[in-house]
Design a protein around this ligand. Structure first.
Ligand SMILES: NC(=O)C1=CN([C@@H]2O[C@H](COP(=O)(O)OP(=O)(O)OC[C@H]3O[C@@H](n4cnc5c(N)ncnc54)[C@H](O)[C@@H]3O)[C@@H](O)[C@H]2O)[C@@H](O)CC1
Ligand SMILES: Nc1ncnc2c1ncn2[C@@H]1O[C@H](COP(=O)(O)OP(=O)(O)O)[C@@H](O)[C@H]1O
Ligand SMILES: [K+]
Length: 477
């Protein structure tokens, strides 16, 4: 499991560690890791041109000490000081001793243009809001430069705790982060500014419960159901799909396609698209009576392509088994009926649907995914999976939010969300908790999307067809 901790937690762990170490030791650990990452990126340090962008805090101090290490290995290092009188004194002295030089911001443009490597040490976890006006032109110069850009701890201007980007921020090729990942490094839009992320350990002792966690292959492999020798289709779980309409029969087919690959022993379909479902998947148990009369079901998926069928949504919500609510179901579900449920509920909105539920603009959700998913989970007393460029899963009762690491933008294709809901519903029926079912489904779905796309556009049915390959990849490690 990969984890991320917020600024407050990091600061507390740093204080605790600093009290036990000689002064400056932590910064030296950070700078050593940073310089090593820069050297790897440069290939040849000797003779390279390195520019440090240095703000007034310890983030600038890290950049200066790393610059000193690179200067000692023969790089030509220039530090652009944004606030010369407040630049980290020890770091500046070390850089000068190593043969580096310091210049004012007016010289930055030309230096950046000719640099091989730019280190962004403007601001780290001490930053609030986007870059300040005096630092903004540097972001433009960096974006135009051919140099590789390494962000120190975080790309300056992004919010470490939330992944929000308000105003201008530096775009990095690599972010070298210290002690732990910060939530912003794993959540868009900030994640995009970070480039690839390298974690440098500095010895922090962090609490058991992180802010964010990202499953990896081994974690998902432990969650996926495997039929025991004594299993039968009912013990493996029956998932009910109440989806599709005369107008949107395809949503039913795609949700069933996902559900058939999710480990349930049987898929039961109820709704008006039975003909289309059976034609494509003859193994489906099809019924045209309502969910209440469908027979045994261990978890329901309701909503994809459901049109305006509020009665079916209400009927499913009244069932005392886990329910996944997606798409039209999110609009049709009575909030009080969701809150009143005792069995687990998993809601799977995309940003537009989440915005409608929260009564805010879509871009507010896209810029503040973490707070949106937490807010929805708290309001509905349900687990919530927020889809999109970063998929997040929050539990009803708070705790760490799961962030999915496998997604690909090729999944932004009509119907791929229907496949995801069928898959997650199947895992619910197999007995996973709402958060585990949602996050394992997002993981497999993302991986299946990557396998299916392999660099070219795909349709949602292609994604469904590669779920088995993703599953195999996960369990084989
Ligand atoms: N505390 C520690 O033990 C360690 C800290 N480290 C480094 O220290 C950083 C945190 O240092 P600080 O607490 O000094 O804070 P920062 O250096 O992140 O930022 C504080 C400074 O930036 C300015 N600033 C704030 N918001 C800004 C904005 N939007 N645009 C431009 N300037 C802005 C502030 O005026 C302040 O002077 C970490 O990110 C990490 O790089 C590392 O050396 C590891 C050890
Ligand atoms: N830019 C993106 N990057 C990664 N995944 C994405 C992106 N956009 C959408 N997705 C994923 O694609 C799927 C689309 O689901 P959804 O929006 O419900 O579409 P539909 O309703 O057409 O099925 C979700 O799993 C979502 O997380
Ligand atoms: K930075």
């Amino acid at each position: 499991m990969r984890t991320a901790y917020g600024v407050e937690t990091v600061r507390a762990a740093e204080r605790e560690l600093m009290a036990r170490l000689p002064e400056g030791a932590l910064m030296q650990r950070a700078a050593a890791g940073l310089a090593a990452a820069c050297a790897d990126l440069l290939g040849r340090v000797y003779g390279s041109r390195v520019v440090l962008l240095v703000g007034s805090g310890d983030n600038g101090g890290d950049a200066l000490y790393a610059g000193a290490r690179l200067a000692r290995r023969g790089a030509g290092v220039s530090a652009v000081l944004l606030a010369p009188e407040r630049a980290h004194a020890g770091g500046l002295a070390a850089l000068r001793r190593a043969g580096g030089r310091a210049v004012g911001a007016e010289a930055a443009g030309e230096l950046i243009e000719r640099a091989d490597l730019v280190l962004d040490g403007i601001v780290g976890i001490g930053g609030k809001g986007g870059l300040r006006p005096e630092a903004e032109p540097l972001a433009g110069a960096v974006a135009r430069a051919r140099a590789a850009v390494v962000a120190v701890d975080l790309p300056s201007g992004v919010d470490a705790d939330t992944g929000e980007v308000r105003g201008t921020a530096i775009r990095a090729d690599l972010t070298v982060t210290f002690g732990t990942h910060k939530p912003g490094l794993l959540i868009d839009p900030a994640r995009e500014y970070a480039g690839s992320v390298r974690l440098v350990g500095i010895g922090l002792e962090l609490p058991a419960e992180p802010e964010l966690e990202a499953l990896q292959h081994a974690d998902v492999a432990r969650l996926l159901p495997v039929p025991a020798a004594e299993s039968d289709k009912y013990r493996r779980g029956v998932v009910g799909i109440a989806a599709g309409s005369a107008r949107y029969p395809g949503a039913a087919v795609l949700a069933v396609a996902g559900a058939l690959r999710g480990g349930a022993g049987a898929v039961r379909y109820v709704g008006p698209a039975g003909q289309a479902v059976i034609a494509r998947f003859p193994e489906t148990l099809v019924s045209d009576r309502g969910p209440e009369h469908a027979g045994r079901v261990q978890a329901w998926v309701v909503g994809p392509g459901a049109g305006d069928d509020a009665a079916t949504v209400a009927e499913v919500l009244a069932a005392d088994v886990p329910v996944l609510i997606d798409a039209d179901g999110l609009r049709l579900a009575e909030p009080s009926a969701v809150r009143a449920r005792r069995a687990p509920t998993l809601m799977t909105p995309h940003a537009g649907e989440a915005a409608a539920l929260l009564g805010v603009e879509r871009n507010e959700v896209e810029n503040g995914r973490l707070s949106a998913v937490r807010e929805l989970a708290a309001r509905y007393g349900a687990a919530v999976l927020l889809k999109g460029s970063t998929t997040l899963v929050a539990d009803a009762g708070g705790g760490p939010v799961r962030v999915n690491p496998t997604g690909t933008s090729w999944l932004a294709t009509a119907g791929s969300g229907d496949v995801l809901s069928g898959l997650a519903g199947s895992l619910l029926a197999a007995g996973l908790s709402a958060v585990d079912a949602g996050s394992a489904a997002a993981y497999l779905h993302g991986l299946a999307g990557r396998f299916a796309a392999d660099g070219a556009p795909v349709g949602a049915h292609d994604v469904a067809e590669r779920i088995a390959a993703a599953w195999r990849d996960v369990v084989r490690g």
